[in-house]
Write a protein that binds this ligand. Structure first.
Ligand code: HC1
Ligand code: SF4
Length: 570
């Protein structure tokens, strides 16, 4: 142990502890900006500087280890002046139009400037512009970049993609796309993890709210919304709502206030996905010589993009089932349009997702089953739905909960856990067991696949058949797993992959909390919702059963193939 003093308080910590952590252990908060736990501890922003008695230079607390007998001051006059100067310098290089910034009110730099009472800074009048395709789902605004390197590190160390790099030298040093590539051509999976780890507004998703507002105002359009599983565990965070108040039923009510005509649940088509995917898996197991193994899930578009760029030879291993988002669009514009007695093009299908890659998935040319345009017209993130609610001045505290519309609003507990890593696998195993044995397993029989470890493996036995399953989240973990499979070091029958660490709960479209990863907490909410649901199995969803009876006939039928499956190499 090391004994030292911080702001005259005695502190005892393990050898090797940083000053930042030593201070935190006794409740002293040293402000940070570029710091990202375990990923970016480079001390570049010089915001966490502290004074050590007897030393001339101020040091960065995030990457300086404590030493025996140190006397440290975190808020001395010298420290405060230097910290103000450093933040002022960063601000002077940053586009300061906060009022029109997507991160206003949730920006680490803005908060620091306010906390430090910085009221006057010689802002630059002109900034170096970087060209960007504003139609692309991921937007970068170079004028707002503070060169903290967080995006570079997250994309490289967590996602293993190395999309961002340091470009130029000297005064023109900046962050940009690797090797001068364009965002359309580079291998970006669109996971959005660089967005959720950016402390300012330099990275964001394309804003699709404008188009939605026009669609709602268009009297000729029937606006139909779907809410993704993981959105319900996170949407209230932006409003500071308690978990028990931020229910999905309150979100349904809020969406109706915006003028949306019907509010449905992606859980409905998550159940439909399980019907198709579990049967596809059984079909592959029964005809092992005809198919490549393992079969991979295909509902995460960040993962599908990753396969296309990095391992195209694995495309035949992907389940041909479309994602629940896309199945919803296909069913809304066929089955539901028929029920309403309207043409497919009269329906405007909105999707509310915790994900940025879903914006890209909805625009793929193959996602148009009616030949009248995209099955899903627009995708907004959990953050954008928060902005929509604020823009409409909806007072959530006065809003009563409302039920989803029927019939596409009915979802099982198996569907809601899609939003947590391992959930798709667990839901598929529950139904595969039923399809193979004719009986339901205990609902939690396959909970062995739950957890937050980046890679989890399980071997389960169903009707005498051993199924070797793996669950992986985060693209860096995924690459390592694939390399092991390719080298013959690991062998599986069925693998679930989610591009974002923790699955959609930790998705790149979720609310941003600086230096806080909430995937586990949100995932726990989804598992609670599963346990509370009267229906725990996708095959017991009555609305899905009715859809097969009256429209699709059976899983993997000709019609199901036409509407619900795709060739991922397209
Ligand atoms: Fe997901 Fe999915 S679980 S991909 O994480 O399969 O985005 O929540 O909606 O489509 O259902 C995301 C979440 C989501 C799809 C489902
Ligand atoms: Fe990297 Fe994901 Fe950001 Fe693309 S979206 S640059 S893959 S972190």
């Amino acid at each position: 142990m090391v004994k030292l003093w911080i702001d005259n308080q005695e502190v005892n910590v393990e050898k090797g502890t940083t000053i930042l952590n030593a201070a935190a252990s006794v409740g002293i908060k040293i402000p940070t900006l570029c710091f990202l736990k375990d990923l970016n501890e480079i001390g570049a922003c010089r915001v966490c500087i502290v004074e050590i008695k007897g030393k001339d230079a101020l040091v960065a607390a995030c990457n300086t280890a404590v030493e025996e007998g140190m006397e440290i001051y975190t808020n001395s006059k010298r420290v405060m002046n230097a910290r103000r100067t450093n933040v002022g310098l960063i601000l002077s290089q940053h586009d300061y139009r906060c009022a029109t910034c997507v991160r206003s009110g949730n920006c680490s730099l803005q908060k620091l400037a306010n906390d430090l009472d910085i009221l006057n800074v010689p802002f630059k009048e002109e900034y170096e512009e970087q060209e960007w395709d504003m139609d692309f789902p991921l937007i970068r605004d170079a004028k707002k970049c503070i060169k903290c390197m967080r995006c570079v590190q997250v994309c490289d160390k967590i996602q293993g993609m190395k999309v961002w790099d340091i470009i130029n030298t000297g005064k023109r040093t900046n962050v940009g796309l690797r090797e001068g590539m364009s965002i359309e051509d580079i291998n970006c999976a669109l996971c959005g993890q660089c967005i959720t780890h950016c402390p300012v507004g330099a990275l964001r998703e394309r804003d699709d709210l404008n188009e939605l507002v026009y669609a709602i105002a268009d009297k000729k359009k029937v606006v139909v919304a779907q809410i993704a599983p993981a959105v319900r565990a996170a949407w209230g965070e932006r409003f500071g709502l308690k978990r028990e108040d931020a229910t999905v039923k309150r979100l349904v009510a809020a969406l109706r206030r915006t003028g949306i005509d019907y509010v449905f649940d992606t859980n409905f088509t998550a159940d439909l996905t399980i019907m198709e995917e579990a049967n596809e898996f059984i079909e592959r197991l029964k005809n092992k010589d005809k198919y490549k193994f393992p079969m991979f899930t295909s509902c995460c578009p960040g993962w599908v993009r990753f396969v296309k760029y990095e391992y195209p030879e694995l495309l035949p291993n992907l389940s041909t089932a479309k994602s629940p988002q896309q199945m919803f669009g296909a069913i809304a514009k066929t089955y539901y349009a028929q029920q309403l007695g309207v043409e497919p093009e009269e329906i405007y299908c909105l999707s509310i997702m915790p994900c940025t890659a879903k914006k890209y998935e909805s625009q793929m040319a193959c996602m148009d089953v009616t030949g009248t345009g995209p099955d899903v017209d627009s995708v907004i993130t959990t953050r954008e739905v928060g902005r929509l609610i604020r823009a409409e001045h909806i007072q959530l505290e006065h809003l009563k909960e409302e039920e989803f519309d029927e019939p596409l609003g009915c979802g099982s507990g198996a569907a809601v856990i899609f939003g947590a890593t391992g959930g798709v696998m667990e839901a598929a195993l529950r139904s595969a067991y039923y399809f193979l044995t004719g009986e339901n397993p205990a609902p939690d029989a396959f909970k062995v696949v739950r957890g937050q470890d980046g890679v989890r493996e399980a071997e389960v036995e169903i009707a005498g058949t051993k199924v070797r399953a793996a669950v992986v989240s985060g693209l860096g973990n995924t690459r390592r797993l694939i390399e092991r499979i390719k080298k013959g070091e690991a062998e599986y029958d069925f693998v679930e992959v989610m591009a974002c660490p923790g699955g959609c709960a930790g998705g790149g479209g979720q609310p941003i909390h600086d230096n806080l990863e909430l995937a586990k907490e949100r995932g726990d909410v989804l598992y609670e919702l599963d346990a509370e649901n009267e229906i725990r199995f996708s095959h017991e969803n009555p609305a899905v059963q009715e859809l097969y009876r009256s429209f699709l006939e059976k899983p993997l039928s000709h019609k199901s193939h036409e509407l619900l499956h795709t060739d991922h190499s397209l």
